[in-house]
Design a binder for this molecule. Sequence first.
Ligand SMILES: Nc1c(NC[C@H](O)[C@H](O)[C@H](O)CO)[nH]c(=O)[nH]c1=O
Ligand SMILES: CC(=O)[C@@H](O)COP(=O)(O)O
Length: 190
Amino acid sequence: MATENKNLSEYDKNTIPNAKDFRFGIVVSEWNETITEGLYNGAFDALIDCDVPQQQIIRWNVPGSFELIYGAKKMLQTQNVDAVIVIGCVIQGQTKHFDFVCEGVTQGIKDLNVQTDIPVIFCVLTDNNMQQSIDRSGGVHGNKGTEAAIAAIKMAYIRQQASMSHPFHQPLLSSGALQIEDKPITIEKE
Ligand SMILES: Nc1c(NC[C@H](O)[C@H](O)[C@H](O)CO)[nH]c(=O)[nH]c1=O
Ligand SMILES: CC(=O)[C@@H](O)COP(=O)(O)O
């Protein structure tokens, strides 16, 4: 399903886990700042709407999307967060640089998800032109920042539940001292 057939800002709060105790890091690229600020606002507003206290949202800025990798790595290494959202906007120029930046950021963020225990959510627009970016950062197609915030909450919840199911916690679970929410984890299919 292409974005044009789905509004990125739509979400059902009934399907979203309780996020009030989660802490989120958001790393924002300064390239195409008007777009990335729109994406950040979408993400921030969605987290607040899902009862995340403002003081549990940490924002860092980096120069460009390629620096999102290092920024996210240092964020999750040094800050007590349950998920990190990286926000960028890469727009095709006259050269192949677009391809290398997009591929580099994609692989770098993928590597962080594989190599670390903290989910890193990919909120990087890779567009052919500015209009496509405008349309996806609060325009006609909604806001990819909103989508990223909801993904961050869901992945933080999966991490929390998975860690509670770890054998380390079995004595607490069997004794009843630790409860795992019986709310099913819903994996939305496209
Ligand atoms: N052209 C875009 C860039 N380019 C800059 C790189 O991301 C990076 O900052 C530079 O190569 C130094 O390492 N970045 C974007 O986020 N968006 C672009 O459209
Ligand atoms: C994605 C980029 O780095 C690109 O926008 C830079 O523009 P150009 O390819 O014209 O140098």
